[in-house]
Design a protein around this ligand. Structure first.
Ligand code: GLN
Length: 688
C-alpha cells in the first residue's frame, strides 16, 4: 500500500468523555474477542455509544470519510475503495458487515487514520451520514432484502432522499437504478456512474408520479413524467470505464462477475472524488482477489470449494451467470435470522431453474424452504440442514457454495475450524417437470399472475408456479401467464395477486378498477389474493400517504392503516370444504382489514395478527379468497392450493406426494411452538 491518499496520523483530539468512551470501545472489543463472542466488532461499539451517544460524530471529526451503501456489494466496494485509497494501513475501515452505528464506531475507534471508507447499512445511512458529515457517499443499488426489517424498498429510497437533500457530500450514485437516482438527484453535489444491473423489479413504479418506469434495450430508463436516467459521468463498457469527456480507463478486476466490475467502477470514481487519480485507483482495485472470504477458493479434503454470498433476488440474479458456468455440485445455505430477514419467501423470486442439470444440496436452517423452491424449479436436490454435513456429502472435485448472510459466516467458521467429516447423506429428490410461462391455449387451465412487477415484492409470485405445477403433476393441461399492468388482463380460470408496496399497490388498483378482473370473476374465475392484493380486492385501502384508495370491490372488506405494522410468522386454522387445515405463512403489513356482512374469514389466527384485532385472517366470498399469508402461502399450504384448483376446475383432484411440503410445514409449526407467541415481531414500522 502507498501513502498517496494520506498517512496514519492521530485523528483530532477527542473531548474527555469521547476519549473515555473510545477506550471502552477498544476494551469491550478485546474482551468480547477473547470470550469468543463474535469478532468484537460491535460489542465495544455498543458500550462506547452507551457512554457517549455523540461518539460517532466525535470519532469522525477531522477525518475525510467516504460512506458506501446499497443493498448489494457494500462490503466488496468498501474493500476496493480502501485499496484505491492506499490500503488498510492508511485507511480506517469497517470489518465486513459491521455496518450499523456500533460497528462503525468500533472501526473508527480502532484506527486513527485521517481517511476512512465505511460501509453503512441502507437503513442506517441517514443517521450515520448526519453524524459523520462524509466527503463522499457512494450508492450502489436498492432492492428487496430483509423486508421484515425494512418493510419496503421504496421507504428506504425516500429516507435516503431526505437525508441527501441536506448533505454536503459528493454523492456517487448508480445511474441505472431509478430508486438510487430518486434518492441522489436532490444532493447538491453528485456524480452518476452507469454500471448496469440485472434486477429491475423494485423500480417499475415511478417514485415521482406513480406511473411506469420503462427500461430500454441499452439499459436507459425513463418515465412519462420526465424522471429519467441522468447523464453519467462514467459508464462501464465491457472492461473499461468511459468518462463523459471521452477518455477510456481500463478496468481489470480479479474478482469474478459483472457485478464486481460494477462495484469496482463505483469504488474507483469514489476514490477519484477523494483525490486519487482514476487510473491509480483502478490499478489498486484490480489486485483484490477475495473480500471477507467471498469469491475465495477453499480446499476441504478432496473438495475444491468456491465460496459465494447471495442474500436476496438481485444478488442471485447477478450470481447465477457464474453458477451456470460452474462445475460440480452447488451447495446453497439459507438461514433466516435477524441479519438475513425472517421471511425466505424471496427464494421464489430467484430463477433457480437455471441450475437444472447441476446437483444441488440445500442446507442451512431454512433448507426445507429452499428444497421446496427447488422442487418447483425442476432442480434435483438433497436436503441436509447441517452445513458441515452438506459439505461432507460432496464427492471429490470442484463445487460451489452460496450462502446468505449468517449461513455464509457460519460456513467460514466451519472451514476455519478442525475438519469434521460428519458422515451424513440424504436421498436425492429427482427433478419433476415444472410449468414455464406460456402463451394462452383455450383448452388449458390458465393461471394468471396479476401485475407481478407491482404486486410481487414479497415473493408471492411463487403462488402461480405452485398452482400450475400442482395441476401439471396431476396431468392437467395448464398454463402460467404473467399479466403486467398496462396490458389487457388475459382470460383465465385462476387469478393470483400478491403483496406490494403502498405506491405500486395503488397503481395496480387503478389498473384493475377498469373491470377486467371483475368480469373474469363474473365469468366464473377463482381469485387468490395476498396482502396488498387482498386489500385491493376490497372497497378501499390506505395509499402511501395514508389517504384511502378505492379498491376493486370484489370482497366486502375495508382496510385502514393500523397503529403498528404486523411482521412475523402467521398461523391460522381454516375450514377447507369441511376439513380443518392449519395454514402457515409470514405476514408483513401496515393495513388492518375489517370484514363486512357478506364475507367470512379464511382462517382463525393462532399465531400472529392477520386482519387485525378481530383474530381472523383473510376473507372468502364465493370463489374469491384473500389472506395476509406470504411464504408463499400456496407453497407452504398445499391443501389451500388444491382447494383453489378444485374451485377453478370443478373437478376432483388426485393426491400428490407432498413429502417435501409436509416436512416444511412440520418444521414451521414446530418453530412456532418453540418460540411461543412472545416471539411475534410486531410494530416495527419505520416512519409510521
Ligand atoms: N402495502 C400494504 C400494507 O402495508 C401491503 C403490504 C404487503 O403486501 N406486504 O398494508
Amino acid at each position: 500500500s502507498s501513502d498517496r491518499a494520506g498517512t496514519a496520523v492521530p485523528a483530532a483530539r477527542l473531548p474527555r468523555r469521547a476519549a473515555a468512551a473510545r477506550r471502552a470501545v477498544l476494551l469491550g472489543g478485546a474482551l468480547s474477542r477473547r470470550a469468543g463472542i463474535g469478532g468484537g466488532s460491535t460489542v465495544g461499539g455498543h458500550l462506547g455509544l452507551a457512554l457517549e451517544p455523540r461518539l460517532l460524530s466525535r470519532l469522525g471529526a477531522g477525518r475525510r470519510i467516504a460512506l458506501v451503501s446499497g443493498t448489494n456489494g457494500k462490503t466488496t466496494t468498501t474493500r476496493l475503495l480502501v485499496e484505491a485509497l492506499g490500503g488498510s494501513a492508511v485507511v480506517a475501515s469497517s470489518l465486513a458487515g459491521a455496518n450499523m452505528a456500533a460497528g462503525i464506531v468500533s472501526a473508527l475507534a480502532s484506527h486513527p487514520a485521517p481517511l476512512a471508507a465505511l460501509e453503512v447499512d441502507e437503513g442506517h445511512l441517514p443517521a450515520v451520514a448526519a453524524a459523520l458529515a462524509p466527503q463522499v457517499i457512494a450508492l450502489l443499488n436498492l432492492s428487496r432484502d430483509q423486508l421484515d426489517r425494512t418493510n419496503e424498498v421504496r421507504m428506504l429510497a425516500g429516507r435516503w432522499r431526505e437525508a441527501l437533500a441536506g448533505s454536503e457530500a459528493l454523492v456517487v450514485a448508480n445511474a441505472d437504478d431509478p430508486l438510487v437516482v430518486f434518492a441522489a438527484e436532490v444532493a447538491a453535489k453528485r456524480r452518476f456512474v452507469s454500471v448496469g444491473g440485472r434486477w429491475r423489479l423494485d423500480a417499475r413504479h415511478c417514485p415521482h408520479c406513480g406511473g411506469t418506469v420503462v427500461f430500454a434495450e441499452d439499459g436507459s430508463w425513463s418515465c412519462a413524467c420526465g424522471f429519467r436516467r441522468p447523464e453519467p459521468y462514467a459508464t462501464l463498457v465491457d472492461d473499461a470505464l468511459v468518462l463523459s469527456d471521452g477518455s477510456t480507463h481500463r478496468l481489470a478486476v480479479a474478482l469474478p462477475g459483472r457485478f464486481n466490475q460494477a462495484n469496482a467502477a463505483v469504488a474507483a470514481v469514489a476514490a477519484e472524488c477523494l483525490g486519487v487519480a482514476l487510473d491509480d485507483a483502478l490499478a489498486a482495485i484490480g489486485g483484490v482477489e477475495e473480500v471477507a472470504g467471498r469469491f475465495a477458493r477453499h480446499r476441504s479434503g478432496d473438495v475444491d470449494l468456491r465460496l459465494l454470498l447471495a442474500k436476496n433476488p438481485a444478488g442471485w440474479a447477478e450470481l447465477l451467470e457464474l453458477l451456470t458456468a460452474g462445475e460440480g455440485p452447488v451447495v446453497i445455505g439459507i438461514n433466516a435470522r435477524d441479519a438475513d430477514g425472517h421471511d425466505p419467501s424471496w427464494l421464489y423470486d430467484v430463477p433457480f431453474e437455471l441450475l437444472a442439470g447441476r446437483e444441488v444440496v440445500a442446507t442451512g436452517e431454512r433448507a426445507r424452504d429452499l428444497a421446496l423452491r427447488l422442487l418447483h424449479a425442476g432442480v434435483a436436490h438433497r436436503t441436509l440442514h447441517d452445513q458441515a454435513a452438506a459439505l461432507a456429502a460432496l464427492g471429490a472435485g470442484r463445487a460451489d457454495y452460496v450462502g446468505n448472510y449468517t449461513a455464509f459466516q457460519e460456513l467460514r467458521r466451519l472451514l476455519a475450524g478442525p475438519s469434521r467429516r460428519a458422515a451424513a447423506s440424504a436421498p436425492l429428490v429427482a427433478a419433476r417437470p415444472v410449468v414455464a410461462h406460456g402463451a394462452t391455449r383455450d383448452s388449458a387451465v390458465r393461471v394468471v399472475v396479476v401485475h407481478p412487477e407491482l404486486l410481487g415484492t414479497y415473493g408471492d409470485g411463487g403462488n402461480g408456479q405452485v398452482l400450475a405445477d400442482r395441476a401439471l403433476w396431476r396431468g392437467l393441461d395448464v398454463e402460467l401467464l404473467l399479466a403486467p399492468a398496462g396490458e389487457p388482463l388475459p382470460r383465465g380460470e385462476l387469478y393470483l395477486l400478491g403483496g406490494g408496496e403502498d405506491g405500486p399497490q395503488a397503481q395496480a388498483a387503478a389498473a384493475l378498477r377498469s373491470g377486467a378482473l371483475a368480469s373474469a370473476v363474473e365469468a366464473g374465475a377463482a381469485v387468490f389474493a395476498v396482502c396488498a392484493g387482498f386489500q385491493i380486492l376490497g372497497h378501499s385501502f390506505p395509499g402511501a400517504d395514508g389517504a384511502p384508495v378505492t379498491g376493486v370491490g370484489l370482497l366486502d372488506v375495508v382496510t385502514e392503516r393500523g397503529t403498528t405494522r404486523a411482521v412475523g410468522e402467521l398461523a391460522t386454522e381454516a375450514d377447507l370444504g369441511g376439513v380443518a387445515v392449519r395454514l402457515t405463512g409470514f405476514e408483513n403489513h401496515a393495513g388492518h382489514t375489517t370484514l363486512g356482512e357478506g364475507v367470512r374469514p379464511l382462517g382463525v389466527v393462532g399465531h400472529g395478527t392477520g386482519n387485525g384485532a378481530s383474530g381472523v385472517d383473510g376473507a372468502w366470498q364465493d370463489k374469491v379468497l384473500g389472506s395476509y399469508l406470504h411464504g408463499p402461502a400456496l407453497a407452504r399450504n398445499p391443501a389451500l392450493a388444491d382447494a383453489l384448483l378444485a374451485l377453478a376446475t370443478g373437478g376432483v383432484l388426485a393426491p400428490l406426494d407432498d413429502a417435501e411440503e409436509e416436512a416444511l410445514r412440520a418444521e414451521r409449526f414446530a418453530a412456532l411452538g418453540r418460540r411461543g407467541r412472545g416471539a411475534q415481531k410486531s410494530g416495527r414500522a419505520h416512519g409510521r
